[in-house]
Write a protein of this length. Sequence first.
Length: 318
Amino acid sequence: MGCDLLSILIVTYDCAEVLPGCLDSLAANPPTCEYEVVCADNSSHDGTVALVRERYPWVRVVETGGNIGFAAGNLRAAEHARGQVLVLLNPDTVVLPGALDALTTALLADDNRAIAGACLLAEDGSPVTSWGDFPTVGWAIANTAPWGSVGLRVGSRVRMDGTCADLADITPVDWVSGAALAIRRSTWDSFGGMDPGYFLYYEETDLCFRVRASGAEVVAVPAARIIHLEGAAVGTQSVRQYVWSTRSLIRFLRRNRGWFAGALVSHWVFEINLLLWLVSMVAGPFSPALRARRQRYDALIKVGLGARTSFDPESTDA
């Protein structure tokens, strides 16, 4: 396979319920080469650290000292990793037989390949989002509009929900999911890893964008099959997730599409959510359902203005 040591990095925050499934699958389906597991814990409150130290002594635990986010957590884990290949793995994943070998073999088969992403599956075995195209301003406006997925289809040809069902073999793509990806250590070091300015979402897209801009390849690997219990590590869709996702999307556009692109989408987020807030006040100022929606609109108005919200972790500098 060409890999002397594989470093598997897992960032955790209150993941005691799902993490055993991930670590048990690693023990049952390890790579054929030597490997290590580094777990960076972002100050969990549910006993995650104690669980790992008691039940999985072969995992090296790094306590980050705060809820510093996914990107910064991986940076901390990488500081303690010794492998020539790093595998970023979500705590809510289950590794299937041969997946890590397939992922690493695909990465190292071509010197120009810098990042390889796994084929992600739902718990029932159906394919879920594993790769996609880079976001554009048009896609961002459609994605943050109240008409949701309909707007995406009408307003943009950008594909953000590619699955392994769409691919017959190893295929170059724009970005792969950070839930399960392999990256050369030399690439990680050259690009400084993930940008810690992203708390959650789009950090892997940003890294892939920078890698692709250098001329290196990012590939999706259908044979590397890994179950991803989407949302289990962060919870169900909430105002907090809307805030994190929108803020990170604006950051991605500002960094990679230009200041004007970020400013345009920020302005759009502010304008559309202010309009929705006003409409909801007219439609039902005392309606519990509309009051809940206004909480989201209010938070996104602040995101559009570049202001902090009550849903931002204190340690995040987004």
